[in-house]
Design a protein around this ligand. Structure first.
Ligand SMILES: O=C(O)CCC(=O)C(=O)O
Ligand SMILES: [Fe+2]
Length: 324
């Protein structure tokens, strides 16, 4: 596949729909081939997406000093990620050209799951953007439904028990990053986000019409997803690749914002509950040999190793880095 298909997933929302099986086959084909698809017919309204985009813009419009006050720390990976804060831990030393805001599954500090895994807890919400919590959580819960539809379809396509993924996603470690990419001059080297694979199960993004997301094809070229207005771009991450024994592919992608305009993006990263151990549920494909992943441990490692002076545990499997 040298292009990313657009699939109307509305038949998935009706168990009796005559096109259900056909849609599941199309999703499966995209995920086993290019690892990316665009979806429409999600049931998420344009208004929900527009409100989310406006909220993200308002959050990044806050004064720089406020962002630093609410910046992520080693102990709490929630809040602002100032521009240029992290360099990819690939040794290149070149910082990505974005500022971000990290959010995790919203869980009360008193929830018993916090004692089981300290990565759970309440998010930081900037008080100046009073609608932020309601707007983000409304968008998030709608994407939870879309993610479950896609996970159910993939379980069916892989001949797994229908609730396989649903059970793994009860009190998940799903997280979001709000992102702002200033425009990059045509001759300015570097990336908005350097080429990487996602470490989650699957990612859902409402693409900014200014463009900038690029996806690697199997022959090493880079293509741009074609996503109709109101649609979402979906990609498979390392966890679904592992669960599927290498059938569903986690594909490298990157962002370069040469549009001349500000770019805003808010990827939703579906990650199972902390105690889920992801390992192949089907015999692994030839040549696919990756160790199992404990979600809580892996998530802690992904976040810890974002700090450039932290190095990955020897035992930690890939952390989204592309080894060339
Ligand atoms: O902003 C985008 O479109 C993609 C961001 C991305 O790939 C990521 O955060 O993992
Ligand atoms: Fe990504």
């Amino acid at each position: 596949m040298q292009s990313i298909p657009t699939i109307d997933i509305s038949p998935l929302r009706d168990a009796e729909h005559p096109d259900r099986a056909d849609v599941i086959a199309q999703i499966h084909e995209a995920c086993t081939d290019i690892g990316f698809l665009s979806i429409v017919g999600t049931g998420v309204t344009q208004q929900t997406v527009d409100e989310m985009r406006a909220c993200v813009r308002a959050m990044f419009a806050l004064p720089e000093a406020r962002k630093w006050d609410q910046a992520i720390t080693r102990d709490n990976y929630r809040g602002f990620i100032p521009f240029g804060f992290f360099s990819p831990n690939d040794g290149s030393g070149t910082a990505d050209k974005y500022e971000g805001y990290k959010l995790h599954q919203e869980v009360a500090a008193t929830d018993p799951i916090v004692a089981e895994c300290p990565l759970y807890g309440p998010n930081r919400w900037p008080t100046e953007v009073s609608e932020a919590r309601d707007t983000v959580l409304a968008y998030w819960s709608q994407l939870d439904e879309v993610a479950l539809l896609l996970l159910g379809a993939l379980a069916e396509a892989l001949n797994l028990p229908p609730k396989t993924f649903q059970d793994a996603f009860a009190t998940p470690m799903t997280n979001m990053t709000l992102l702002h990419y200033p425009p990059q001059a045509p001759d300015e080297p570097g990336f908005g986000i350097h080429p990487h694979k996602d470490t989650d199960a699957l990612t859902i993004i409402a693409p900014d019409p200014v463009g900038g997301l690029e996806v690697q094809t199997r022959d090493g070229g880079w293509i741009t997803p074609d996503c109709p207005p109101g649609g979402f771009v979906v990609n498979i991450g390392d966890m679904l690749e592992l669960w599927s024994g290498g059938r569903l592919v986690s594909t490298p992608h990157r962002v370069v914002n040469r549009s001349g305009k500000e770019r805003f993006s808010f990827p939703y990263f579906a990650v199972p509950r902390h105690d889920v151990v992801v390992e192949p549920l089907l015999p692994a494909m030839p040549g696919f040999n990756r160790p199992s992943v404990h979600c809580g441990h892996w998530s802690a490692e992904v976040w810890r190793t974002n700090w450039p002076d932290e190095t990955a545990d020897q035992d930690t499997p890939e952390l989204g880095t592309i080894h060339s």
